[in-house]
Ligand binder design. Structure first.
Ligand code: PRX
Length: 671
């Protein structure tokens, strides 16, 4: 097994920002390895004819209309696309309900008794729900939400473990025309409070706790902290996941505000018609990190989102009625929205949800799950694959993975070694791998192989999905053709694209549409090779990608300076063999503060302000930070120091002695 510690290498770029290229990709390009789709797969694939690309290119709007027609519409649209940059409206005038499309139409058809959700808890409890059982649960919950005063247009915050009820909660909101904002259960009370406030959420759906690595994550207590004081939240509905009210303390119980799921929901009628929604009505907001400290509420609407996610699920995951599909993402992220709930369920898929960690009780947990449930399609993240590589192939090797027929990855660039390991040790050299590039903002996969058609090169997400126009721009906004590296932009609207940032038009324009006026800038760098394959190179802004999670350097910096001992802080993402990037923090202490204990304390402070995913991997107390003469911290140099590289251009440094001193200190710390 080979994993390079440093598989990102900086390539010189005339621009002020640097593009990073995976070193191994360079090696691979010269080596030219490629993997055609296995013939046995191609002959049965949902998409096996390359003319789909030409068809979509001829008229991309009609192409998407055909996919929209696979959905069940209450009223058909008058106009497929209204494009008024930077806002698109899809299927204008059309009416539908997303929950109806994901649940009711299957129960009205012949999927009523098909298993919709297999929910496996970390302690090993397994529950299955057919589509008709999901309908029952969702309709009751929807009625309970109405009883709590939730109305069409309201926003409900969901803060739950990865159990079936999380999907029910999303669908129940959707059923009554309320939007949801799901917050990942690993976020802290402060992060939850900020999201609840920004969305003006009226209700929170949570659980007493969830299981993670054999321990209880106390979700309800965190909700209590998040809504203490002034809040828009009027009601909290709590699922009893861990214990009964005596065995497990579910925080402070406020009469009138707090309700147990099992007391309220089970009493409700299962008769709850789906609200007829406009195609452009809000389906959900989801918060993601930007390059400032404040998270952005990404807005997704109904008809276009469901069209984009259901079409890509069908084509890219080659979904067949007999599949058992497992996406390991949490519903707190966009992958869980688009490819655990909406895309798969709109296709009537059987979806597996797993609550816990991959190493509980042992490092073979994922493979035991695949074996037990005969999973056929597995979608996970490169960081997980690199972790499995590190643990060793004996863990998957001792399990029967022969049910698998297709593998997928998402969230960050996959290094070719990890791709090949996945292909060999998980897919047994017979499963195509779809490396899917997309974002919270794009809602649906935009760049990916089609598994029955595309020849793959390990590490390349290959080509834009039919109908998608993904191009490369130079620093000065020129279109780059042929084998070039540049900024990845999207020059044509697609159905599941974001409809802006919640209550923040200016930031929407500034973040995505001003770098190259009139064109959507992804924030990613990419490279096109001689064969026209796209290689994603990671973020070119101040956003880190840590184990597939998007975290802004500013967010961590503001959590650091929030600690009383910290005067100033600078944060960078340094390359990391498993997580893709790790968080390195450089801090200056206020006078009067000193002591080694502060390092651990400050790291924990960040974890408590944002959540454990943002805890700096290393925290370095320094005497000074490298700054330009105008006072800007030169993060590029900090990255050079943390990654042990030769220092780049230092001519704009105000005081060149600072970096030399820093490097000495850093090396001392490493040794
Ligand atoms: O940098 C890209 C990276 O993840 C970013 C989007 O993060 P987020 O909104 O959290 O969504 C993650 C799940 C869709 C992108 O800007 N990214 C995502 N997928 C890939 C990727 N980078 C390379 N290859 C991918 N397949």
């Amino acid at each position: 097994m080979v994993t390079r510690h440093r598989w990102l290498k900086e390539i010189p770029n005339k621009s002020s920002k640097s593009l990073y290229v995976p070193e191994t990709i360079e090696a691979l390009l010269s080596e030219g390895r490629s993997f055609p789709p296995p013939e046995s797969f191609s002959i049965q694939a949902n998409v096996s004819d390359g003319s789909i690309y030409e068809e979509a290119e001829r008229d991309y709007v009609s192409f998407w209309e055909k996919w929209a027609e696979r959905l069940d519409w209450h009223t058909k649209w008058d106009q497929a696309l209204q494009w008024d940059p930077p806002y698109a409206k899809w299927f204008v005038g059309g009416k539908l309900n997303a929950c109806f499309n994901c649940v009711d139409r299957h129960t009205d058809g012949d999927l009523s008794e098909k298993v919709a959700i297999i929910s496996e808890g970390e302690p090993g409890d397994v529950r299955t729900f057919t589509y008709s059982e999901v309908k029952l649960e969702v309709a009751r919950l929807a009625n309970a939400l109405k009883l709590l005063g939730v109305k069409k247009g309201d926003i409900v915050c969901i803060y739950m473990p990865m159990v079936a009820e999380l999907a029910f909660a999303m669908l129940a909101c959707t059923r009554i025309g309320a939007a949801h904002t799901v917050v990942f259960g690993g976020f802290s009370a402060d992060a939850l409070r900020e999201r609840i406030a920004d969305a003006s959420a009226v209700c929170v759906i949570t659980a007493d706790g969830g299981w993670r690595r054999g321990k209880v994550v106390e979700l309800k207590k965190t909700v209590d902290d998040a809504i203490a004081g002034a809040t828009t939240v009027r009601n909290v509905l709590t699922l009893r996941r861990i214990g009964d009210s005596t065995a497990f303390n579910a925080g402070t119980w406020v009469v009138g505000r707090d309700h147990w799921w099992h007391e309220l929901v089970t009493k409700e009628s299962s008769d709850c018609p789906c609200e007829v929604m406009d195609s452009e009505d809000l389906l959900f907001t989801l918060y993601t990190s930007g390059s400032t400290g404040k998270p952005k509420g990404i807005v997704h609407t109904t008809g276009g989102y469901l069209t984009g996610t259901s079409a890509t699920f069908h084509c890219i995951f080659d979904h067949k009625p007999s599949d058992i599909y497992w996406c390991t993402a949490d519903c707190g992220w966009i992958t869980g929205h688009s490819y655990v709930v909406y895309g798969p369920m709109a296709n009537g898929a059987t979806v597996l949800m797993y609550e816990g960690s991959p190493d509980t009780p042992d490092k073979d947990r994922f493979w035991k799950i695949v074996e037990k449930h005969k999973v056929t399609i597995l979608y996970t993240a490169p960081t997980a694959i690199r972790t499995f590589m590190k643990w060793g192939e004996q863990f998957p090797g001792n399990c029967d993975l022969s049910s698998l027929r297709l593998l997928g990855t998402v969230g960050e660039p996959i290094n070719p070694e990890a791709w090949v390991w996945y292909w060999k040790h998980i897919g047994n050299e017979k499963c195509p791998i779809v490396d899917t590039w997309w974002q919270t903002e794009t809602g649906q996969i935009l760049i990916s192989p089609l598994p029955g058609l595309t020849r793959c090169k390990p590490g390349s997400a290959t080509h834009p999905f039919p109908g998608i126009k993904a191009e490369l721009f130079s620093e000065d906004g020129h279109l780059l053709e042929g084998a070039k590296g540049g900024y990845l932009v999207l020059t044509r609207p697609w159905p599941a694209m974001l409809r802006g940032l919640y209550n923040d038009h200016d930031r929407y324009v500034e973040t995505y549409w001003s770098r190259f006026p009139g064109v959507y800038f992804t924030g990613d760098g990419a490279k096109r090779d001689d064969d026209g394959f796209l290689w994603l190179l990671g973020r070119v802004d101040d956003v880190m990608n840590v184990a597939g999670h998007r975290i802004s350097t500013m967010e961590v910096e503001s959590a650091l300076v929030d600690h009383p001992a910290v005067a100033e802080a600078a944060v960078i993402g340094r390359s990391h063999e498993v997580k893709g990037q790790a968080i390195s923090a450089f801090v200056l202490l206020r006078s009067g503060f000193e002591g080694d204990h502060l390092v651990g304390e400050i790291r924990e402070h960040v974890a408590s302000v944002i959540g454990p995913i943002a805890r700096p991997d290393d925290l370095f107390v320094c005497a000074d930070l490298p700054k330009t003469r105008s006072g800007k911290i030169m993060r590029r140099l900090l990255r050079d120091i943390a990654e042990g590289r030769a220092l780049g251009d230092t001519t704009t440094l105000a005081d060149s002695a600072v970096v030399a001193g820093l490097r000495q200190q850093y090396e001392h710390l490493e040794s």
